[in-house]
Design a protein around this ligand. Sequence first.
Ligand code: G6P
Length: 369
Amino acid sequence: EQIEKGGYDHFMLKEIYEQPQAIRDTFRGRMLVDQGLIKMAGIDDHIDKFLNARRILIVACGTSWHAGLVAEYIFEDLARIPVEVEYASEFRYRNPVIDKDDILIAISQSGETADTMAAIKMAKDKGAFVFGVCNVVGSSISREAHAGAYTHAGPEIGVASTKAFTTQITVLTLIALQLAKRKGKISTSDFHRYLQELDTIPDKVEKALNSNDHIEKIAAIYKDAPNCLYLGRGFNFPVALEGALKLKEISYIHAEGYPAAEMKHGPIALIDEQMPVVVIATRKGHYEKVVSNIQEIKSRSGKIIGIVTEGDVDVRDLADHVIEVPDTIEFMTPLLTTIPLQLLSYHIAVMLGKNVDQPRNLAKSVTVE
Ligand code: G6P
């Protein structure tokens, strides 16, 4: 097992560090930057279905559901297709309205999650076209779907999902860009610009990983906090949910993710000097609004850990700590802002002596309903 961990103390840390390569592997053969092309057989072979779709329904569980939420923001922004994201376990039991003009995208690392599988079968029965985004090749969900695209994250052993999440976002971003182009919703020059920027993301993830030592020090300060709040807006709202999930899964600290502006409708009541608040505040859309959310936290003595764009000064002035990520185009920021949140929860769990790779009560793949 030590050999399999490749010199890392835990599979989770190894998998966090594998993300630059996993994202590159997920691009390979699909993103042809020089030719200004995306090639994805699962989409290209069924392009009419996608171009004529009334809407896209995304179903998933856990971390994969968070990837689905990020995809909702990206699909609607770039490709202008209405998207709904559902927990598979709710969707399948609530008699949803589905018809043959709908596309259901099922996201699943393992490809074996029982509720996601049941949602697929139901959607197929109602005539929808089902597209799978799975990591495990040949898995049940990948076989049940009409078409699909694999993430090429490689085996994920840590129960808390890391590289599967970022590669899911990678695949879904490629799909969104391809559909945006084919629907004529983005210009050729923007499409090229996006491909060129996406191509730099693995290197930028590597840069984000360089904050590891700094993040470990922050973890040491907050490891005994009983609660933690994660806030983000727009594309980074789902990242806040994912950051909170990572912390609770492996450290057993109660954590909640919230849209930053929604804080005033409840969570703000919890903020005092004991409460660490992780705020994703990259210098993009809604930045000023997030800064004013941070001011509200500060005036209630909350401890602020800001995830910011390199060179940021405004948040640095207000926050107790900042963790920088490289600058990028807004819809690509989740691929970078996720990294420090994974490392933060990892270090806290290690310091608390928890079983990082196999947290209590959790399974890597939930095959019971
Ligand atoms: C379990 C795992 C999570 C995962 C979820 C969905 O809860 O512990 O890491 O996100 O199942 O799994 P799937 O394989 O469908 O992505």
